[in-house]
Design a binder for this molecule. Sequence first.
Ligand SMILES: CC(C)(COP(=O)(O)OP(=O)(O)OC[C@H]1O[C@@H](n2cnc3c(N)ncnc32)[C@H](O)[C@@H]1OP(=O)(O)O)[C@@H](O)C(=O)NCCC(=O)NCCS
Length: 150
Amino acid sequence: MFEIVEMQSKHVEDAAVLEKLCFSMPWSESMLRGELENPLSHYVAALDDTGRLVGYAGMLSVLDEGYIANIAVLPEYRRRGAADALLNSLTEYGKAQNLSFLTLEVRKSNAPAISLYRKHGFSVEGVRKKYYEQPPEDAYIMTLFLKKEM
Ligand SMILES: CC(C)(COP(=O)(O)OP(=O)(O)OC[C@H]1O[C@@H](n2cnc3c(N)ncnc32)[C@H](O)[C@@H]1OP(=O)(O)O)[C@@H](O)C(=O)NCCC(=O)NCCS
């Protein structure tokens, strides 16, 4: 079980280490600090029972739209439900903020992440050609509609 807490500046160093482990173009500590200071952003951290940051996720809300910017879990803590808990937390936040949908981009080859998003009700709504660099790859745009009438 993981505790999901709002991310604070004391978590940023560990989140930057996690970024380097997970992504070819990682966000730096200063980029992460900028996100925490952005009133439109909402970031959550997954902590283990010792309080260690094992994963984090964040989103930006613009009007009634939520853009999930990142979600990552330490390799040795994967397949234990941390991403499920982080994504549930962002979805609850989105509903509480009365957002119409949550959307994100994901590499076409990222089967674990695509499976995670499908499990949470996201569907592929489009493709962004050559969205990623290092290596170049298309992105799926995946969206979870939060309001029934959409
Ligand atoms: C994608 C990622 C965040 C999943 O984290 P996780 O904590 O291992 O995921 P969970 O244990 O909560 O699993 C939740 C669901 O995700 C999917 N999933 C996770 N890992 C998977 C894998 N290796 N293969 C297939 N499906 C997987 C499954 O649907 C799983 O549900 P299930 O356990 O009921 O089958 C993690 O693999 C990661 O950090 N990857 C690198 C960063 C990344 O690619 N982020 C996404 C950028 S868009």
